[in-house]
Design a protein around this ligand. Structure first.
Ligand code: ADP
Ligand code: MG
Length: 510
């Protein structure tokens, strides 16, 4: 594709929060009909730059142009008026309302969308144009993540966006959903819209974007490179600097730590476990598993095959309908989560922000949530000073970039939020770690750091049940691999099994 004059430019943008410099002379330009990937590790400043473009933050310095004319954006409605729309990582939809009602709610400045029928028709027309299926009449809260995302994109397009910013749209999707979303993104560009695709998946950059701009630590390290001229390796090294090769995830288990050690006792023993979905349908059927001290058991499978319910049942927040669960030799089946915790169970849930971390509290509070419950910082009055001192030490020890004890949890990037959770959960009392999709949505470096923490934990004698849809992650970490399909364990393989063998079991083609 030959690119015309830039439609939109951002030049020499600076931004600091307090004394923390987040953007330093960042530039970016976008052409009509282009998919332009904005790439960078967690915390590089991508979301901040886009929030400046849509008027959520104002830049400390720098300038913007649209079609060659100066663009002044003081508030979000200014960007909307210029046809710039953003789909955030956390969707901005009201769960109780349908997609139609959500569009109505957002359509204050759009006289042609004032009636329910007009809004509904606009949504459906947009969906048809980009090739989405969409139910405009079902409350958003009842939609799947992928459906919510499609509803949000259609809403933003129906409001007139011709420049669409998508913040890590595929991070929350399964592989199949992601492929169809990326296809739709290409179609939107072909129909003359311009897309800024924030991602840290290099395959999406190379396969689905025309150009890429790469940010590292608040600076532009590569601006508008033609992706047809770039390899994945080249992009990775630009993104991470010279240390790229040392942090790339290894695809073989680390034999120096866990896998050569003799295995210890069973720290988790599940026998003939059954559990149901919320609607009463069977979710987990006759699952039996053992995880020994010093090993990682990988549970592979396509999402939605009972993993979520199994994790909740082991955590004690969903009751089993039959079977037994032993944690470190003790019968845990009837125990609530806090008593399972006393037996040494620690959990990294798939949806960390919703269920394990409190985004409105400080980082110090999040790091000490479980210790506070145990009375570590005083039974009646909290010893806040001690809490903060320990939080500071933890932040340094775990290299949680950009974090301060007083900082709000919700402002941390995904990788750093996961580091906070791991720092809290992997403590001296941990015997069994239940990790569900621990690197979902994280970039390569953050994923490598999480993997390293899991390996260290089992090297020190813990057991880990790793539940993941990511076959590469399963292969990189597991000493043994089980596959779950339709709620049943369909097979067990050694840790060095090939992707093809695992894939055959996952898909049920034995
Ligand atoms: P990315 O989207 O590339 O992961 P972000 O733009 O979200 O990165 O964050 C860049 C840095 O700015 C991070 O260190 C983050 O903690 C910090 N940051 C983002 N928003 C705020 C805010 N409102 N206040 C303070 N710091 C922030
Ligand atoms: Mg971001």
């Amino acid at each position: 594709m030959s690119l015309g004059a830039p439609l939109l430019t951002l030049s020499a943008i600076d931004k600091s929060f307090d004394i923390h410099r987040v953007l330093e002379g960042v530039s970016f330009d976008l052409a009509k009909g282009e998919v332009h990937a904005l790439l960078g590790e967690n915390g590089a400043g991508k979301s901040t730059l886009m929030n400046i473009l849509i008027g959520v933050y104002s830049a400390d310095a720098g300038s913007l142009t649209l079609e060659g004319l100066p663009l002044i954006i003081g508030k979000p409605s200014d960007s909307a008026r210029h046809g710039i729309g953003m789909v955030h990582q956390h969707f901005r939809l009201v769960d109780r309302l349908t997609p139609t009602e959500n569009l109505l709610l957002a359509a204050d400045d759009h006289p042609h969308l004032k009636t329910r029928t007009a809004a509904r028709n606009a949504l459906l027309a947009t969906a048809r144009e980009v090739g989405f299926t969409l139910n405009p009449d079902c409350p958003v809260g009842e939609l799947s993540v992928a459906e919510k995302q499609r509803a949000e994109i259609c809403k933003v397009l129906a409001l007139g966006a011709r420049i669409l910013i998508l913040d890590e749209p595929t991070a929350v999707l399964t592989d199949a959903e992601a492929s169809s979303m990326l296809g739709a993104i290409r179609r939107m560009a072909e129909s003359g819209r311009s897309i800024i695709l924030i991602t840290h998946k290099l395959r999406e950059v190379v396969g689905f974007s025309h150009r890429v701009t790469i940010m590292r630590r608040g600076k532009t390290v590569a601006a508008g490179l033609d992706t047809t001229q770039l390899s994945i390796e080249k992009i990775a090294s630009l993104m991470m600097g010279s240390s790229a090769s040392s942090v790339a995830p290894s695809s073989t288990p680390d034999t120096t730590t866990s896998s050569l050690q003799p295995r210890g006792p069973d720290l988790l023993a599940i026998a003939h476990l059954h559990a149901q979905r919320d609607d009463g349908a069977p979710a987990v059927t006759d699952v039996s598993l053992r995880v020994r001290a010093g090993e990682i058991l990988g549970l592979a499978g396509v999402g939605g095959n009972g993993q979520h319910e199994l994790v909740e049942t082991l955590n004690g927040i969903r009751s089993a309908s039959a079977g037994s669960v032993m944690i470190d030799g003790a019968d845990a089946l009837e125990l609530p989560p806090n008593q399972r915790r006393q037996l040494g169970l620690r959990v990294i849930p798939a949806d960390r922000m919703a269920t394990a971390l409190a985004s409105d509290l400080t980082i110090a509070a999040n790091l000490s949530l479980t210790a506070v419950v145990r009375g570590r910082f005083g039974r009646f009055w909290l010893n806040r000073r001690r809490m903060e001192r320990e939080a500071k030490a933890s932040i340094e020890q775990h290299d949680i970039a950009g974090a301060r004890p007083h900082g709000r949890m919700g402002l941390l990037s995904g990788g750093n939020a996961q580091k906070v959770l791991l720092a809290r959960e992997i403590d001296s009392g941990m015997k069994l770690l239940l990790a569900h999709s621990p690197t979902r949505g994280l970039d390569i470096r953050a994923s490598a750091a999480v993997h390293q923490r899991l390996r260290e934990a089992v090297a020190q004698g813990a057991a880990c049940l790793l539940v993941s849809e990511d076959v590469e992650e399963i292969m990189a970490l597991s000493d043994r691999i089980c596959v779950i399909s339709a709620g049943k364990i369909t097979g067990e393989l050694p840790g060095d099994a090939s992707a093809a063998d695992i894939g055959r079991l996952i898909l049920g083609h034995e």
